[in-house]
Design a protein around this ligand. Sequence first.
Ligand code: SAM
Length: 395
Amino acid sequence: MTPAARTQAAIELLDAVVASAAAGGAAADTLIARYFSTRRYAGSKDRRAVRELVYAAIRQAGPMPPSGRAAMLALADLDPVLAESFDGSAHGPVPILADEPRAEGGVAPSWLVEALTRSGLTEAQQAALISRAPLDVRVNSLATTREAVLAQWPEANPTPLAPLGLRLPNGTPVEQSDIYRAGLVEVQDEGSQLVGAALAAAPDEWLVDLCAGAGGKTLQLAAAMDNRGALLACDVDRARLQRLLPRAERAGATIIESRLLNPGREVEMLADWAGKADGVLIDAPCSGTGTWRRNPEARWRLSPDRLARLQAMQAQVLDIGAALVKPGGRMIYIVCSLLDVEGTEQVAAFRDRHPRWSVEVLPGAIGAAHGHGRRLDPASHGTDGFFVACLRAPC
Ligand SMILES: C[S@@+](CC[C@H](N)C(=O)[O-])C[C@H]1O[C@@H](n2cnc3c(N)ncnc32)[C@H](O)[C@@H]1O
């Protein structure tokens, strides 16, 4: 593909990304994969170059751009070589016209920037939310040690904060490696490893991962429990929960029971666990402001209404989880968001509803103290952004 054809492909893809974000459709990664599945003429260098252009344009546009072309024009304003590729050639975009609309820059739509600022994030911390994320894996301690994997994987380096983390060069095809196939590692951001460890899961405990999804943190808990005890993984999303089982098999995690919950009937479907769990992990559904590095177009998908719906779901899962915890047991509340309305304010509201519960101080290894918990952010810790808090049930 010529440089002009790559630019045109990026414009078409950006149009699809914008339409999909507006309609709540597929993510940019999926759209890019679909686009190239029908364009065999594009080689791996072309795909990589187009992908880079698409993501650079998404990062550059704070609010949702009016079109793919407007997004690419904003990028071309910063890059004269890219601007030259608007050359009107057969497969390229038409030349740039005077006064064509450009995508607006910035970190996010203004209402979100205001919410991030109210949540105590500096401009530098906000800007880092749309930087590029590293590629981290967690070593599966059921199968091996970090040292052993390091010896097999010369490109890997230990992550600075998480004791079982390894950082790999971006683009490393982890899932095609023998190390991954043998269940020695799982892809998991260093921050996710740190907040998952906040439950301090130990062998022979009874633990619940209430919002398990595809089980990223469930597998971490099973490893920390050394496959001893009981671990219940729940979710309301069948497709996500189904992905847990093959992952558990590959990792050799044998203590996991998965349970699909019907929304609205969670309490009755969990009646056999009521008041029995030593600990409950609530990795709540959230806006994902802390993971924009990986899904930068997610900031165009969020609206004040959607944020309000997520907050209601967070309060609901906290109350469902609380009913499972035994007297004196613990509950860890996690969101991959840096908005206080989803983090510390959610914990404060829980305390108002459950005044006999207390907030416990988490160990200093997890980010910085923030409100009722601790917070990790890309600028300060090099991880995805998370808020985590520990709640203790009355005895
Ligand atoms: C942040 S994701 C979980 C990610 C997962 N823990 C991991 O580490 O990969 C939040 C999950 O909460 C689930 N969820 C939403 N409402 C729920 C409910 N009422 N009960 C249980 N799970 C729920 C969503 O389906 C979603 O999979």
